[in-house]
Design a protein around this ligand. Structure first.
Ligand SMILES: [Zn+2]
Length: 137
């Protein structure tokens, strides 16, 4: 590592002081990067959870903390969809395999949770990954 300080004779006391300044600068830089990335994250356009049953769209919900929606299926079953600020998951269901529940949370546009027994899909749309889809129907 090259020293940026041109001074040839550095006594130990001076070196320590310079190191201290360097560490402070690195810490400040890390803090700054953290703040910027946080700000960028907040500026992401909101994603929308699209819930479909039997291939028909039931509802679209913007991501929002703590919202839970119960979807009844035709055969008397149900799925509980939790909409969070970062993603969507199915928290409860009475389907036999519970694959949809075990799939956990999805975070990215284009990801889908499928409950085959109830013919239910939960999909994420919008966000930064692609433009808005053409509205059909
Ligand atoms: Zn299921």
């Amino acid at each position: 590592m090259k020293h940026m300080f041109g001074c040839a004779k550095i006594n130990p006391g001076k070196l320590q002081k310079a190191d201290g300044i360097l560490i402070a600068a690195v810490l400040a830089g890390a803090l700054f990067v953290g703040l910027v990335s946080h700000a960028l994250r907040l500026q992401d356009p909101p994603m929308t959870a699209v819930i479909e049953q039997d291939g028909r769209e039931l509802m679209r919900l913007p991501l929002k903390t703590g919202q839970q929606v119960r979807i009844e299926s035709r055969d008397g079953g149900y799925n509980v969809v939790e909409i969070g600020t970062d993603g969507v998951r199915i928290t409860q269901a009475d389907c036999p395999d519970l694959t949809c529940v075990h799939q956990g949370m999805i975070f990215h546009t284009g990801e889908t949770i499928v409950c085959l027994p109830h013919r239910l899909t939960v999909r994420l749309e919008g966000g930064t990954d692609n433009g808005p889809d053409a509205v059909t129907g």
